[in-house]
Design a protein around this ligand. Structure first.
Ligand code: GAL
Length: 834
């Protein structure tokens, strides 16, 4: 029930009762956060969704559970005749169950209906009710009680509508017709006859992000923006705060808007502006928060965050309060490199796609956040590019909290459409910036779509939008023509012609190049063929936005490929980062890609692009070894061979062989084979002079017939800081099973990963292990994934996810059994939500 506690007309905010709000039994525990008797707002409840930059309004209800959905067989008859069969759905949701590979888009390319009930008390209707869908792929029509209430096209920005006038007291039906078909003339899609494989990533349909219902008073605050200014000067440092007041009616009495900067609940700075009264409509309010000399800066090492609370006060009472987060940092791209808070910092990172096994994009906050943790804590990146669309807010929240800088861009991939399509580009840029401009982690906007042809008029407008809505961040766009090829003329079989991809009129602030230059040089020691980067552009800040991928080197980096190929992935990534570090004019490099991703385009195999340094399950491959070692040994000493210590049927004779690489942040490694000292190694600084932690190269051609053990000791300043052992004897192999979390919330959406890998007796992955894993889950949760799981297809590694059930708490146990390796088990607790 939505039940306002008082008369909204005099400006009291609505409250929500605990009576059954939803047909399927949503409990509103934890959502009753309203004004206290003194008219002051109690501190906001912790964000269960991890959506730190969300509005904390009088009532924000998650609308994730209680849906049912079905396929619309006769599109023309909607809303008179819906699907003949409905199944339960909890958001985030994709319309079909998928495996981790071999996706067939024709399975989701249909129209679907999602519906659920909302029960509104009559008084609630005196407020203003909005519904928001954070992401629907790809088109959506919204109906409330069978009446059309709005339409949205495009999968990556929120769809929000006010539905107040459609609601009636009592039961209401919300229905969303989801058009999951390809080619709806909206970015990044191309029109028919191109199919979904004409761009680089599959986009399975559904309401694949969270949904919310918000109840506002008649006059409320929206679109807060807290922009730190003069950050590096403690005397002038301030926060420029703005927001919109949206008023449905005339508000005669004086109106105040108060802004507060908060840390741990206490006010550091505040400011109030008085307005003489409001006419219906929207109006922008500005406030400045000063005296911020003592705030701590946001940095990659210490990502300090502050809350900003805005209150709307009518006739002396707070009627609406919303909260966002901010961080004080200065990020500058210059022709001499990138500077964070005045300190030179080489941007070191990877590109991330948001799609996952089994569910497409439909992973909840916890799983989205995990990707940011992997990038920052396991791969030691300081930046990620959200290729090629705005990604989940939970992911961005985690980037803020972890100190992982972000490039965010509007949806697009190598195509620009007609006028209507371009209109959506403008909408997307606008919505992306309005949604995300409070994230300190975002340091640059991609206002130019990935690898698109030149379109000066379109990109002038997207830049203007960015300047208008933000103004504090530079713009960019990844291009596929190198600076020296930007002259505008292209030689082709047809002769000389205008090059549509020319960047002659590139006008964004930072020139970002997807550098897949297929040129190599022999390394100094002669051990490697290393790819080179194009020289940086000297007249503009210059960033390498992609490199390696599937284009430089072999086309696949699968665990079923040869050890040599897998090992080479780490070397190639290291080589381009080494080059980027060699010259201060490179702001840095974001390689392709962090994770494998589902795709039917180009060099895909079984519907997957194998360009990740981690696989689709987010488990690091040997290619990740380079990234894993790039961390100070005092944080974490690392020894990661990029080879498998294996003499089994797939391994080459003689074992890992010459030029085997071990990635480590130690100063010296001592290698022992079969209990005997084998080699003392120093890092290969000759071939990788600019890397902090270059690889160690060793000739590991050995006779493996007696299954010798490998032991590596790592030394820093003469002290042994780490030892790792590897067993080639398969008789000790076992199935490792690990859960990312030991707790879930019983909200029906929450999920965590359970990954398994065939490992040797010491926990190192076994090369090309095969067999089937049979999973058995007991307790109040669901298994999302293939069961049994065919290990051989991904070379001995896989994962499933565990999803909570609404309202069901208790202990969950997962047992993974592999006929030849025995079983492993792991457990977690599902805690009551709310
Ligand atoms: C790039 C493109 C990426 C990805 C990559 C393939 O050209 O920008 O999205 O397709 O190639 O490895």
């Amino acid at each position: 029930m939505l039940e306002p506690a008082g008369d909204l007309r005099d400006g009291t905010a609505p409250t929500v009762s605990r009576r059954g709000f939803l047909k399927l039994g949503l409990t509103l525990a934890g959502m009753v956060g309203f004004l206290g008797a003194d008219g002051r707002m109690p501190p906001p409840a912790p964000h269960r969704t991890g959506r730190a930059n969300a509005h904390v309004s009088p009532a924000v209800l998650e609308l994730n559970d209680g849906w049912e959905y079905g396929r619309l067989e006769e599109p023309g008859l909607w809303p008179y005749r819906g699907p003949s069969r409905y199944e339960e759905a909890v958001l985030p949701h994709t319309v079909v169950r998928l495996s981790w590979c071999d996706w067939r888009p024709e399975r989701w390319q249909h129209l679907w209906v999602y519906r659920r009930e909302v029960i509104a008390d009559g008084n609630a209707l005196a407020g203003r009710v909005f519904v928001e869908f954070a992401g629907i792929l790809t088109g959506a029509l919204l109906y409330v009680n069978g009446r059309f209430a709005g339409r949205h096209l495009g999968g990556y920005v929120p769809f929000e509508r006010e539905i107040t006038r459609f609601l009636r007291p009592g039961k209401n039906e919300l229905a969303v017709v989801v058009d999951a078909r390809w080619g709806q003339n909206v970015p990044p899609d191309r029109p028919r006859p191109y199919g979904p494989a004409s761009i680089d990533y599959w986009q399975p349909g559904g309401i694949y992000r969270e949904a919310y219902l918000r109840v506002y008073p008649q006059t409320f605050l929206a679109y807060p923006f807290a922009r730190p200014a003069d950050v590096l000067d403690p005397a002038r440092r301030r926060l420029e705060v703005e927001c919109l007041i949206d008023s449905a009616r005339r508000t005669p009495s004086p109106v105040h808007v108060r802004a507060e900067l908060l840390q741990g609940g206490s006010v550091i700075s505040e400011s109030t502006v008085r307005l003489p009264g409001l006419e219906p409509g929207r109006r922008r309010v500005h406030l400045t928060l000063a005296s911020l000399g003592d705030v701590k800066l946001w940095d990659v090492r210490s990502p300090n965050l502050y809350d900003v609370a805005l209150s709307l006060i009518l006739a002396g009472r707070v009627v609406h309060r919303l909260q966002t987060r901010t961080g004080f940092r200065e990020a500058r791209f210059t022709r001499e490199g990138f500077f964070l808070n005045g300190r030179r910092l080489k941007l070191f990172g990877l590109n991330r796609h948001q799609f996952y096994p089994y569910v497409g994009g439909a992973m909840p906050a916890r799983v989205q956040r995990r990707d940011a943790e992997i990038l920052k804590r396991e791969l030691n990146c300081n930046m990620v590019r959200c290729s090629h669309y705005p990604q989940s807010e939970a992911f961005l929240d985690a980037c803020d909290e972890l100190g992982l800088m972000v490039w965010e861009e509007a949806p697009g991939w190598d195509y620009i459409g007609d006028a209507s399509w371009r209109g959506y580009v403008l909408r997307d840029v606008r919505r992306m910036i309005l949604r995300d401009r409070n994230h300190p982690s975002i340091v640059i906007w991609g206002t130019r779509l990935n690898e698109t042809r030149n379109d000066p008029a379109l990109y002038r407008r997207t830049r203007e939008i960015a300047r208008d809505l933000d103004g504090s961040r530079p713009t960019t766009g990844a291009v596929k023509r190198a600076p020296e090829e930007s002259g505008g003329i292209k030689e082709s079989r047809k002769g000389r012609e205008e090059d549509p991809y020319s960047t002659r009129s590139f006008a964004e602030d930072v020139f970002s190049f997807n550098d897949y230059t297929r040129k190599y040089v022999r390394s100094r020691t002669g051990n490697f063929r290393l790819p080179v980067l194009r020289p940086p552009r000297v007249d503009m800040p210059y960033l390498v936005s992609e490199a390696i991928g599937a284009i430089v080197g072999p086309h696949f980096y699968r665990r079923i490929d040869t050890g040599r190929v897998q090992q080479e992935q780490a070397i190639l990534h290291a080589a381009v980062h080494d080059r980027a570090a060699s010259d201060e004019r490179y702001c840095g490099l974001l390689a392709w890609s962090a994770f494998d991703y589902p795709s039917g385009h180009g060099y895909s195999f079984r519907g997957v692009k194998w360009t990740g340094v981690c696989d689709v399950f987010r488990v690091p491959k040997p290619g990740a070894a380079f990234y894993r070692a790039q961390v100070d040994p005092s944080v974490r000493p690392v020894i990661e061979p990029a080879f498998y210590w294996d003499f089994g049927p797939y391994a080459p004779p003689g074992g890992p062989g010459r030029k085997s690489t071990i990635w480590s942040n130690c100063e010296r490694l001592e290698v022992f084979v079969g209990g005997r000292h084998f080699a003392s190694l120093l890092p290969d600084r000759a071939d990788f002079p600019h890397l902090e932690y270059p690889p160690f190269v060793v000739d590991l051609t050995v006779d493996g017939s007696g299954y010798p053990e490998l032991r590596i000791d790592g030394y820093v300043r003469g002290r042994r800081v780490i030892t790792r052992r590897f067993s080639s004897d398969p008789s000790g192999d076992r199935l490792l099973l690990k859960l990312d979390d030991d707790r879930l919330l019983a909200d029906g959406s929450d999920m965590t990963r359970a990954y398994f890998q065939v490992v040797d007796r010491y926990g190192a992955p076994r090369y090309r292990a095969s067999g089937r894993v049979y999973l058995h889950l007991s307790g109040p949760a669901l298994l999302v994934g293939d069961n049994p799981f065919d290990l051989g297809a991904n070379g001995g590694t896989g994962a499933v996810w565990i999803r909570s059930k609404k309202g069901a708490s208790g202990r969950v146990r997962l047992v993974a059994r592999c006929p030849l390796l025995g079983s492993s088990s792991a457990s977690l607790y599902v805690l009551p939500a709310g």
